[in-house]
Design a protein around this ligand. Structure first.
Ligand SMILES: Cc1ncc(COP(=O)(O)O)c(C=O)c1O
Length: 403
């Protein structure tokens, strides 16, 4: 028999699909916890709250009423109608039910969009720091990411002037994630208007707007770029239930775009996975049309936690952080701590720093490289106030001893 290595069959795509650092740090914290170490994990972007009861009850009732079969690929009419109404009244986005595609999570909606629009050689402008998955998915489709970076001094928002310089005839897509994971930045209406002017003056460029953190805004107001003049045809807006309604495990997201694009996205989804779970979609209708007090209660808790994290981080010399107007992430710039030492241990990168923080101080964070910003680290404050307090004390002690 000839020797055979199954792994030798794997194609390069499998290597680009790697959300490595977040999963690695989350796993490492679980391993340490299993050994009895009291680790505080600020790694994963997942609400620590349970899904509001009215939504759970709607799912149970729908399941018991027999909604356990395949769904139409693009979603049940009730949810698409409710989403059309929501997008119009809350976001000023004017899309009919036929222009909406319900997906198995916003992540799938993003995948549907990129696979529908991007081909080999197409350029996608991404504003770093960005959410890990965008770059992976663009590479997956054969596209070329064009990464522009903005640090804390620009409030993590690349100005339109620099975006204009990066646009070429090959540019096809610009990804805008406002509010942003990992920085919490929110683009103002004026900033989005400047971006929209660039997009509408290009012959074949669109925006992928990811608005999944829209209900977790503390300061200012979020604007949907797709609602700006001339942007309806130019925008694919993606959103989902995971963050605002604490529904991560349910896998429910959606997109809106003009019909030919929405339909193509539906075909991608039909091939990859089919329609979202029917009783989950019915729960989605309950989430949209039911009371929002739980959503507001969670937002206020995140706001209080945001204040704790900002206070804690600002007390550490060498850590630079701007305001966090939205989301449950902090993305401090720790580049001035790189090269410093703890004993013989040299912090030569944020990867080393995060490993050291976890191994020696039992705080799990994520190095910024995967978000396109290797001088920063990401902390998720979707964890309890007691854990945040503990984490801040540990970080102050750990980072304060670097010399
Ligand atoms: C910016 C952003 N978009 C999309 C998603 C994916 O959300 P979903 O759970 O709906 O797939 C996440 C999840 O972390 C995210 O942070």
């Amino acid at each position: 028999m000839t020797s055979f290595d199954p792994a030798s069959l794997l194609v390069p795509r499998t290597r680009s699909a790697d959300e490595g650092p977040i999963i690695r740090m989350a796993q490492k914290s679980r391993d340490l916890r299993a050994k009895g170490i009291d680790v505080v994990s600020m790694t994963v972007g997942e609400p620590d709250f349970d899904t509001p009861l009215n939504i759970q009850e709607a799912a149970t009732a729908a399941m018991q009423a027999g909604f356990t079969h395949y769904s139409p690929v693009m979603g049940i009419p009730e949810l698409r109608a409710a989403l059309s109404k929501k997008l119009k009244s809350e976001n000023g986005l004017d899309y009919g039910p036929n222009e909406i595609c319900v997906a198995n999570g916003a992540k799938q909606a993003i995948c549907n969009a990129i696979l529908s629009i991007i081909d080999a050689g197409d350029e996608v402008i991404m504003l770093a720091p960005f959410w890990v998955s965008y770059e992976i998915t663009v590479r997956f489709a054969g596209g070329t990411p064009v990464v522009l970076h903005a640090g804390v001094e620009e409030n993590y928002k690349v100005p339109a002037r620099r975006i204009a310089e990066a646009i070429t005839p090959k540019t096809k897509l610009l990804i805008v994630n406002s509010p942003s994971n990992p920085t919490g930045a929110v683009w103002t209406r004026a900033e989005l208007e400047e971006i929209a002017a660039l997009v509408t003056s290009h012959p074949r460029m669109m925006v992928l707007a990811d608005e999944i953190y829209e209900y977790i805004v503390f300061d200012g107001e979020m604007t949907s770029i797709g609602a700006l003049p001339g942007m309806r045809e130019r925008t694919i807006t993606v959103n989902g239930f995971s963050k605002g309604f604490a529904m991560t495990g349910w896998r429910l997201g959606y997109s809106c775009a003009v019909e030919p694009i929405a339909k193509a996205m539906g075909r991608m989804q039909g091939t990859l996975s089919a329609g979202a779970n029917q009783f989950v979609q019915r729960a989605g209708v309950a989430a949209l049309e039911g009371p929002r007090d739980e959503v507001e209660r969670m937002r206020l808790r995140y706001k209080a936690r945001r204040d704790m994290v900002l206070k804690g981080l600002r007390a550490i010399a060498g850590v630079r952080i701007g305001n966090i107007p939205a989301t449950f992430y902090a993305f401090p710039d720790v580049s001035s701590l790189l090269g410093k030492k703890a004993g013989n241990h040299v912090m030569d990168s944020t990867d080393t720093l995060c490993d050291w923080l976890l191994d020696e101080h039992a705080v799990a964070t994520v190095p910024g490289g995967a978000f396109g910003a290797p001088g920063s680290i990401r902390l998720s404050f979707a964890c309890s106030e007691a854990e945040i307090e503990k984490a801040m004390a540990r970080l102050q002690k750990a980072l304060g001893q670097l010399a």
